[in-house]
Design a protein around this ligand. Structure first.
Ligand SMILES: [Zn+2]
Length: 468
C-alpha cells in the first residue's frame, strides 16, 4: 500500500515513538500530578493548559482550547441507610449528573436493570420506589448501558436509583445519568460496591427492603468546558479527525479511561508534525472534554462544525487507546461503525503490517465517534485491554477509584501509538477516497432495525435531526 517514501516515513515514525518516553511522561503529569480532569474541576483547566502548551511545544501554533457550554455537575456527599427490615448505614457515592435530594422509599430489585427486567414488572410496580440494579451483563447476554437503566427507572416513575457494581473490590462505580449537552438527571442516583449491594440484599432476604438516601450533588447549568484541537494541514481540504476524551471521572485518575487515548493522540500529533503539508489529507487531533457526562465535547464539536462534516474523511476514536495485555493475547482491537467497507480496509491494513488482532462491527452511542456517525462520517474505534483483565468483567476498573496509572503499561501505549501512526499514514496518503459517507435515512433505518432507536429514546439521546 505504501510507496518507498512513505515506507521510510513509517520507519521514522515507529523509531521516534519507540525511542522516546514522551507518552509516559505526559501520562505521569496528567494522571499523578494533575488528576481526574473531570468536567468543572480545577484539574480539568490545568489539563487543558498543559495539553495546549505541549502541543505548542511540539510545533502546533494552532493548538487551542475550543470552548462549549453544557450542563455541569458538582459532586456532593451521599449517604445510604437501610431502614427496613433492619437499620444499618452503608457507603455510597453519587452518580454523575444526579440532581441530588433526600428520600426514603421501598426498594425494588431489578437485577441487572435490563429492558426485559423492567418490562417484566411494569411501571405500576416501580412507581414511587427506589430502583436497585447492577452493572452486570443482562440475563439475555447483552451489556446494557447505565443510562438506559436509569432512563427506564425515570420513565417508570421511580424516585431514586441505586447502581451496584458487579466487580469485586469494594469499588463503587460512578457514571453519568443523562447527556450533559442537553440536561441533568431527573431523580437522584447513587453507586454502591458489589460487597455493599450484596450485604444489603442478604440482610433483607425475602422481606421488603426500605432505604433512606441523601445526595448533596447538584446540576450546574450554563457551565463551560473545552475541546483541545491541533491541526496538521494536508494538501487538500479533506480532514481526518483522530482523538479521544481527556476527561476522567472525578473519583479516579481515569488513567485507562481515557488518559491512555489522550496520550496516544498527543503522541501521534508530536511525531507527525514534521509532515505538515506533505500528505493528501490533513489531520485534526482532538482531545475531547466532557465525554464522561454524555459524550458532550465531541457532540458540541460536531454541532459547531456541521459545514465540515462532508470534508471529514474519517473519524478515528481512541478510547482506552493502548493498554497492556500481558497474557499473550491480542493487544489492540478495532471496531468499525460505518460504512461496512471499512472492515475490509482494516483487514488489509492489519495483514500488511502483520498485526493480528480482532475487528468487530457494530454500533454504540457511548463514546466520541457517535456524533460523527450521526452525520454520516465513516468512523472506527481502536482500543486495547488492561493488563489484569482476567480479574474483572465488563467495564472493569473503569469509573471506579481503581482506574489508576498502575493499570496502564507505557510500552503497550507506545505499541498502540505505533500501530495508529501506521494507520494514519495510510489514511492520510491514500489516493482514492477512504470510504463513502452514510445518508441519515440509512443510519436511522439501521438504528430502528437494531433496536438502538428505542434505547436512545429511553436515554433521551434520540434527536437525529440535530446533533445536540
Ligand atoms: Zn471513556
Amino acid at each position: 500500500m505504501l510507496n518507498e517514501r512513505h515506507l521510510k516515513t513509517e520507519r521514522d515514525l515507529i523509531g521516534e515513538i519507540w525511542q522516546t518516553s514522551e507518552i509516559h511522561k505526559n501520562m505521569l503529569v496528567l494522571a499523578d500530578e494533575i488528576g481526574s480532569r473531570f468536567a468543572g474541576t480545577p484539574s480539568e483547566k490545568q489539563a487543558q493548559e498543559y495539553m495546549v502548551d505541549k502541543l505548542k511545544e511540539y510545533g502546533y501554533e494552532n493548538a487551542r482550547a475550543v470552548p462549549f457550554k453544557y450542563y455541569g455537575w458538582r459532586r456532593g456527599p451521599a449517604t445510604l441507610e437501610m431502614t427496613e427490615p433492619v437499620k444499618r448505614g452503608f457507603e455510597a457515592i453519587s452518580l454523575a449528573m444526579s440532581p441530588g435530594g433526600t428520600m426514603e422509599a421501598d426498594v425494588i430489585n431489578l437485577g441487572t436493570g435490563s429492558p426485559e427486567e423492567f418490562e417484566a414488572v411494569g411501571p405500576e410496580d416501580v412507581k414511587g420506589k427506589i430502583v436497585l440494579c447492577s452493572s452486570a451483563t443482562s440475563p439475555t447476554g447483552k451489556r446494557v448501558h447505565r443510562r438506559t437503566k436509569y432512563g427506564y427507572a425515570v420513565k417508570y416513575g421511580a424516585v431514586g436509583f441505586i447502581f451496584m457494581n458487579h466487580n469485586p473490590g469494594q469499588l463503587a462505580a460512578t457514571g453519568s445519568l443523562r447527556p450533559s449537552y442537553r440536561m441533568g438527571g431527573e431523580i437522584p442516583g447513587i453507586g454502591v460496591s458489589l460487597e455493599t449491594g450484596s450485604l444489603i440484599q442478604r440482610l433483607a432476604g425475602d422481606r421488603p427492603l426500605r432505604v433512606k438516601f441523601s445526595d448533596e450533588s447538584e446540576v450546574v447549568p450554563d457551565s463551560e468546558s473545552a475541546n483541545i484541537v491541533a491541526e496538521l494541514p494536508g494538501r487538500s481540504d479533506e480532514w481526518i479527525v483522530v482523538g479521544g476524551h481527556y476527561d476522567g471521572h472525578d473519583i479516579a485518575q481515569g488513567a485507562m479511561d481515557n488518559l491512555s487515548g489522550t496520550a496516544v493522540t498527543m503522541e501521534l500529533a508530536r511525531v507527525l508534525k514534521p509532515y505538515e503539508g506533505k500528505f493528501k489529507r490533513g489531520i485534526r487531533f482532538i482531545c475531547f472534554g466532557c465525554e464522561e457526562i454524555g459524550v458532550t465535547g465531541s457532540t458540541s464539536y460536531v454541532a459547531d462544525h456541521l459545514d465540515q462534516m462532508k470534508k471529514t474523511a474519517i473519524m478515528v476514536n481512541l478510547e482506552l487507546g493502548g493498554l497492556a495485555y500481558t497474557d499473550g493475547m491480542k493487544h489492540a482491537a478495532f471496531t468499525v461503525y460505518q460504512p461496512p467497507e471499512m472492515k475490509q480496509w482494516i483487514e488489509e491494513f492489519l495483514k500488511e503490517v502483520a498485526y493480528a488482532t480482532s475487528i468487530t462491527t457494530g454500533m454504540s452511542a457511548a463514546s466520541d465517534h457517535w456524533p460523527f456517525v450521526m452525520q454520516g462520517v465513516p468512523a472506527i474505534y481502536m482500543h486495547e485491554e488492561p493488563s489484569m483483565r482476567q480479574f474483572v468483567q465488563g467495564r472493569g476498573w473503569g469509573h471506579t477509584t481503581a482506574d489508576s496509572m498502575d493499570k496502564v503499561d507505557s510500552r503497550n501505549l507506545q505499541e498502540g501509538a505505533m500501530l495508529m501512526a501506521r494507520l494514519l499514514l495510510r489514511l492520510a496518503t491514500q489516493r482514492k477516497k477512504i470510504a463513502k459517507h452514510t445518508p441519515l435515512n440509512k443510519i436511522v433505518r439501521h438504528l430502528e432495525r437494531t433496536g438502538m432507536r428505542k434505547t436512545l429514546e429511553i436515554q433521551l439521546k434520540w434527536h437525529p435531526e440535530s446533533p445536540r
